[in-house]
Design a protein around this ligand. Structure first.
Ligand code: SAM
Length: 204
Protein backbone atom coordinates (compact mmCIF):
# COMPACT_ATOMS: atom_id res chain seq x y z
CA UNK A 1 0.00 0.00 0.00
CA UNK A 2 2.79 2.43 0.92
CA UNK A 3 4.63 1.43 -2.25
CA UNK A 4 1.60 2.43 -4.30
CA UNK A 5 1.15 5.67 -2.36
CA UNK A 6 4.80 6.53 -2.94
CA UNK A 7 4.66 5.75 -6.68
CA UNK A 8 1.50 7.87 -7.07
CA UNK A 9 3.17 10.83 -5.38
CA UNK A 10 6.25 10.36 -7.57
CA UNK A 11 4.10 10.83 -10.67
CA UNK A 12 2.89 14.17 -9.26
CA UNK A 13 6.20 15.40 -7.76
CA UNK A 14 9.06 13.54 -9.50
CA UNK A 15 11.82 15.98 -8.55
CA UNK A 16 10.77 16.12 -4.91
CA UNK A 17 10.76 12.34 -4.52
CA UNK A 18 13.67 11.58 -6.83
CA UNK A 19 12.77 7.89 -7.15
CA UNK A 20 9.73 5.78 -7.95
CA UNK A 21 10.48 3.39 -5.11
CA UNK A 22 10.55 3.93 -1.36
CA UNK A 23 13.41 2.33 0.56
CA UNK A 24 13.19 -1.41 1.14
CA UNK A 25 13.51 -2.99 4.60
CA UNK A 26 17.22 -3.88 4.29
CA UNK A 27 18.17 -0.36 3.24
CA UNK A 28 15.94 1.20 5.91
CA UNK A 29 17.58 -0.97 8.59
CA UNK A 30 21.06 -0.09 7.41
CA UNK A 31 20.28 3.60 7.56
CA UNK A 32 18.67 3.35 10.98
CA UNK A 33 21.48 1.34 12.54
CA UNK A 34 23.81 4.29 11.92
CA UNK A 35 22.11 6.29 14.69
CA UNK A 36 24.16 4.32 17.24
CA UNK A 37 23.53 5.73 20.74
CA UNK A 38 21.91 8.95 19.49
CA UNK A 39 19.03 10.31 21.55
CA UNK A 40 17.99 13.39 19.55
CA UNK A 41 17.54 12.28 15.94
CA UNK A 42 16.31 14.30 12.96
CA UNK A 43 15.11 12.76 9.71
CA UNK A 44 14.88 14.77 6.47
CA UNK A 45 12.52 13.52 3.74
CA UNK A 46 10.82 10.66 5.59
CA UNK A 47 8.36 9.76 2.82
CA UNK A 48 5.92 7.06 3.98
CA UNK A 49 8.27 6.17 6.85
CA UNK A 50 10.23 2.97 6.16
CA UNK A 51 13.39 4.47 7.73
CA UNK A 52 11.36 6.30 10.41
CA UNK A 53 9.94 3.01 11.73
CA UNK A 54 13.41 1.42 11.88
CA UNK A 55 14.84 4.44 13.70
CA UNK A 56 12.03 4.24 16.27
CA UNK A 57 12.85 0.57 16.83
CA UNK A 58 16.37 1.56 17.88
CA UNK A 59 15.69 4.85 19.65
CA UNK A 60 15.81 4.79 23.49
CA UNK A 61 12.62 5.46 25.49
CA UNK A 62 13.73 9.01 26.25
CA UNK A 63 14.73 9.59 22.61
CA UNK A 64 13.17 12.04 20.19
CA UNK A 65 12.79 11.69 16.42
CA UNK A 66 11.80 14.82 14.49
CA UNK A 67 10.84 14.25 10.86
CA UNK A 68 10.73 16.93 8.19
CA UNK A 69 8.60 16.01 5.20
CA UNK A 70 7.38 18.49 2.60
CA UNK A 71 4.60 16.26 1.23
CA UNK A 72 1.41 16.58 3.31
CA UNK A 73 0.01 13.17 2.29
CA UNK A 74 3.21 11.52 3.54
CA UNK A 75 2.95 13.52 6.77
CA UNK A 76 -0.54 12.12 7.38
CA UNK A 77 0.86 8.62 6.91
CA UNK A 78 3.80 9.32 9.26
CA UNK A 79 1.47 10.60 12.00
CA UNK A 80 -0.42 7.29 11.88
CA UNK A 81 2.72 5.65 13.34
CA UNK A 82 1.51 7.16 16.61
CA UNK A 83 4.74 6.92 18.62
CA UNK A 84 5.06 9.55 21.40
CA UNK A 85 8.77 9.97 20.59
CA UNK A 86 7.93 10.96 17.00
CA UNK A 87 7.27 14.53 15.87
CA UNK A 88 6.26 15.06 12.23
CA UNK A 89 6.80 18.49 10.71
CA UNK A 90 5.22 19.31 7.37
CA UNK A 91 7.84 21.83 6.28
CA UNK A 92 10.95 22.17 4.17
CA UNK A 93 13.99 20.59 5.85
CA UNK A 94 15.85 23.84 5.30
CA UNK A 95 13.71 25.36 8.09
CA UNK A 96 14.92 22.76 10.57
CA UNK A 97 16.47 25.24 13.00
CA UNK A 98 13.05 26.87 13.57
CA UNK A 99 11.95 23.65 15.27
CA UNK A 100 15.03 21.80 16.54
CA UNK A 101 17.84 23.27 18.62
CA UNK A 102 20.29 20.39 18.48
CA UNK A 103 20.54 16.90 17.03
CA UNK A 104 22.95 14.06 17.75
CA UNK A 105 22.33 12.72 14.31
CA UNK A 106 20.60 13.65 11.01
CA UNK A 107 19.35 10.92 8.66
CA UNK A 108 18.38 12.16 5.21
CA UNK A 109 16.49 10.67 2.28
CA UNK A 110 16.37 14.01 0.44
CA UNK A 111 17.17 13.76 -3.30
CA UNK A 112 20.00 16.25 -2.82
CA UNK A 113 21.53 15.92 -6.29
CA UNK A 114 18.24 17.19 -7.74
CA UNK A 115 18.31 20.29 -5.50
CA UNK A 116 19.78 23.52 -6.85
CA UNK A 117 23.23 24.19 -5.43
CA UNK A 118 22.01 26.87 -2.99
CA UNK A 119 19.36 24.63 -1.43
CA UNK A 120 21.83 21.71 -1.26
CA UNK A 121 24.44 23.88 0.48
CA UNK A 122 21.81 25.12 2.96
CA UNK A 123 20.85 21.53 3.87
CA UNK A 124 24.49 20.47 4.25
CA UNK A 125 25.27 23.49 6.43
CA UNK A 126 22.41 22.47 8.76
CA UNK A 127 23.47 18.83 8.75
CA UNK A 128 27.07 19.88 9.44
CA UNK A 129 26.02 21.22 12.85
CA UNK A 130 25.23 17.71 14.08
CA UNK A 131 28.05 15.27 14.75
CA UNK A 132 26.71 12.56 12.45
CA UNK A 133 24.93 12.78 9.10
CA UNK A 134 23.69 9.89 7.00
CA UNK A 135 22.58 10.66 3.43
CA UNK A 136 20.83 8.24 1.07
CA UNK A 137 21.73 8.54 -2.62
CA UNK A 138 21.42 6.48 -5.76
CA UNK A 139 24.72 7.70 -7.21
CA UNK A 140 28.04 8.18 -5.40
CA UNK A 141 28.58 11.75 -6.65
CA UNK A 142 27.93 13.84 -3.56
CA UNK A 143 31.29 13.25 -1.87
CA UNK A 144 32.93 16.55 -2.78
CA UNK A 145 30.09 18.63 -1.34
CA UNK A 146 30.03 16.54 1.84
CA UNK A 147 33.76 16.87 2.44
CA UNK A 148 33.36 20.64 2.73
CA UNK A 149 31.23 20.08 5.84
CA UNK A 150 32.57 16.87 7.40
CA UNK A 151 36.05 15.62 8.23
CA UNK A 152 35.14 11.96 7.68
CA UNK A 153 32.95 10.77 4.80
CA UNK A 154 32.31 7.07 4.44
CA UNK A 155 30.45 5.61 1.46
CA UNK A 156 28.51 2.37 1.86
CA UNK A 157 26.92 0.45 -1.00
CA UNK A 158 23.64 -1.38 -0.41
CA UNK A 159 22.96 -3.77 -3.31
CA UNK A 160 19.96 -5.39 -1.58
CA UNK A 161 17.57 -2.63 -2.59
CA UNK A 162 15.76 -1.66 -5.74
CA UNK A 163 17.36 0.45 -7.01
CA UNK A 164 20.71 -0.34 -5.30
CA UNK A 165 21.68 2.57 -3.08
CA UNK A 166 24.60 4.41 -1.52
CA UNK A 167 24.78 5.70 2.02
CA UNK A 168 27.11 8.52 2.89
CA UNK A 169 28.00 8.34 6.59
CA UNK A 170 29.60 11.64 7.59
CA UNK A 171 31.19 12.75 10.82
CA UNK A 172 32.65 15.98 12.07
CA UNK A 173 36.13 16.10 13.50
CA UNK A 174 36.24 15.19 17.18
CA UNK A 175 33.07 13.11 17.07
CA UNK A 176 33.18 9.53 18.37
CA UNK A 177 33.66 7.34 15.33
CA UNK A 178 33.52 3.73 16.49
CA UNK A 179 33.62 2.07 13.10
CA UNK A 180 35.97 4.43 11.33
CA UNK A 181 38.67 1.82 10.72
CA UNK A 182 38.50 0.96 7.03
CA UNK A 183 37.54 -2.59 6.12
CA UNK A 184 38.06 -1.96 2.45
CA UNK A 185 39.70 1.43 2.10
CA UNK A 186 39.10 2.68 -1.41
CA UNK A 187 40.64 6.06 -1.47
CA UNK A 188 41.99 8.53 1.04
CA UNK A 189 42.35 12.28 0.77
CA UNK A 190 44.65 14.89 2.17
CA UNK A 191 43.59 17.69 4.61
CA UNK A 192 42.69 15.05 7.19
CA UNK A 193 39.44 14.25 5.38
CA UNK A 194 38.78 10.55 4.80
CA UNK A 195 36.70 8.91 2.12
CA UNK A 196 36.14 5.21 2.53
CA UNK A 197 33.95 2.94 0.47
CA UNK A 198 32.33 -0.21 1.81
CA UNK A 199 30.02 -2.78 0.36
CA UNK A 200 27.59 -3.69 3.09
CA UNK A 201 26.39 -6.91 1.57
CA UNK A 202 26.35 -9.90 3.86
CA UNK A 203 26.35 -7.79 7.03
CA UNK A 204 23.29 -7.38 9.18
C1 SAM B 1 13.81 9.62 -2.01
S1 SAM B 1 12.36 10.02 -1.02
C2 SAM B 1 12.86 9.17 0.47
C3 SAM B 1 11.67 8.70 1.29
C4 SAM B 1 12.02 7.76 2.44
N1 SAM B 1 13.00 8.34 3.35
C5 SAM B 1 12.54 6.46 1.93
O1 SAM B 1 13.73 6.18 2.17
O2 SAM B 1 11.77 5.70 1.31
C6 SAM B 1 12.64 11.74 -0.67
C7 SAM B 1 11.62 12.39 0.26
O3 SAM B 1 12.05 13.73 0.55
C8 SAM B 1 10.91 14.59 0.57
N2 SAM B 1 11.42 15.96 0.31
C9 SAM B 1 11.93 16.46 -0.84
N3 SAM B 1 12.37 17.72 -0.67
C10 SAM B 1 12.15 18.02 0.64
C11 SAM B 1 12.42 19.17 1.44
N4 SAM B 1 13.00 20.25 0.93
N5 SAM B 1 12.12 19.11 2.76
C12 SAM B 1 11.53 18.02 3.31
N6 SAM B 1 11.23 16.90 2.59
C13 SAM B 1 11.55 16.90 1.29
C14 SAM B 1 10.02 14.04 -0.53
O4 SAM B 1 8.68 14.45 -0.40
C15 SAM B 1 10.20 12.53 -0.32
O5 SAM B 1 9.29 12.02 0.59
Amino acid sequence: MDNLRFARQFLQHPRQLGTLFQSGRTLARKMAQEIGQSVQVVEFGSGTGPVTREILRRLPKNGRLTCFEINSEFCRRLRQIGDPRLRVINDDAVHCSRYVRRADCVISGLPLTLFDSRAREAILAIAGRSGLYVQLQYTPILGQDLRRHFSSVRLKFVAMNFPPAFLFVCRREGEVCEDASPRHPFKSRSRGSRVLIDSDEGRS
